[in-house]
Ligand binder design. Structure first.
Ligand SMILES: Cc1ncc(COP(=O)(O)O)c(C=O)c1O
Length: 312
């Protein structure tokens, strides 16, 4: 990062940002990528590209875009969101809910899926289901967006190439700052024309950054060096889940407990930080900074707390 060559990225003059954008676009089989400060901004830029104001986004009820982004699609993009029971949407789940123009109803402009799915415990959308969704959205002339905050984990867990996932979507938002371990940053991945518009939307949202090359350099580093090692995070998550009968597909261990805050407090007392994601649901996430020793410790603590706390 300290050696990064920088320029003014709002003018498109930061070589380190450009390198990162080109590398990531290429990995996902797209023409272009745009560096943004966060996954939330990445999603919101993408949604504004594919869903005109007063049109509709369809997504699953637990999707990050409608759960954790504080109503941004509506507040900032004028987008109406409708949710379908999920979490891993299939074409059959979505088709009955599509609303074409001319019905006197709000028009469905895009479908969004999350790969991997955060609140579904890091579950991976099967490639065949995504291909069927692509065929459905193409047939209806609507866009398909991917919240790919952890799509890297999906690729490593499934063996499916990033480009095989990437080319199914009109827009993707992918994060460098999660399991890959960069301090900050995400990218909007799409075609060249949309990428141009994305730079305008990003600026409007306050995400145009000047000498962002220091951050982009970290991003390029983690893409080059930390992708394959995500398999270690998956192995460690499996270790944490195994004694309590939870087998995560990737790096998120979701636990159903009697009382989420009480479980988190007890785990914290034993030195393990756990996120509360619902009154009776918690999650543990493995990443670059959790080594074998840490994972074993978390596994011991979860197993020790399980008899009193785990539901079911
Ligand atoms: C699935 C998913 N999408 C988007 C985001 C947003 O990323 P950020 O925290 O960088 O805004 C997250 C963050 O946890 C996430 O889990």
């Amino acid at each position: 990062m300290t050696a990064a060559e920088v320029g003014d990225d709002v003018y498109g003059e930061d070589p380190s940002v450009r390198t990162l954008e080109e590398t990531v676009a290429d990995l996902f089989g797209h023409q272009a990528a745009v560096f943004v400060p966060s996954g939330t901004m990445g999603n919101q830029v993408c949604l504004q590209l594919v869903v005109p104001p007063a049109s509709e986004l369809l997504c699953d009820a637990d999707a990050h875009v409608v759960t954790y982004e504080h109503g941004a699609a509506a507040a900032l993009g004028g987008i109406s969101s409708r949710t379908v029971p999920g979490p891993l949407l299939t074409a059959a789940d979505v088709e009955p809910h599509l609303r074409p123009a001319g019905w006197g109803t709000v028009v469905t402009a895009a479908v969004s899926v999350e790969q991997t799915h955060n609140r579904a415990g890091g579950a991976v959308h099967p490639l065949a289901d995504l291909q069927a969704l692509r065929a459905l959205t193409c047939a209806h002339g609507i866009a398909l967006h991917c919240d790919g905050a952890r799509i890297w984990n999906a690729a490593v867990a499934s063996g499916v190439a990033l480009s095989a996932y990437g080319t199914l979507f009109d827009t993707l938002s992918v994060c460098l700052s999660k399991g890959l371990g960069a301090p900050v940053g995400s990218l909007v991945v799409t075609d060249a024309a949309r990428a141009e518009r994305a730079r305008t939307v990003r600026k409007r949202l306050g995400g145009g950054m000047r000498q962002a090359g220091v951050l982009a350099a970290a991003g390029s580093y983690v893409v080059a060096h930390h992708l394959e090692r995500l398999a270690e995070d998956h192995r460690r998550a499996a270790l944490i889940g195994q004694d309590v009968g939870v087998l995560p597909q990737t790096n998120i261990v979701a636990l159903d407990v009697h009382d989420g805050p009480a479980f988190a407090a007890a785990a914290r007392d034993h030195g393990v930080l756990v996120s509360v994601v619902g009154p009776r649901r918690v999650r543990l996430v493995t990443h670059l900074d959790v080594d074998d020793c840490g994972a074993r410790r978390a596994a011991d603590v979860v197993a020790r707390l399980a008899p009193a706390h785990l539901a079911g």
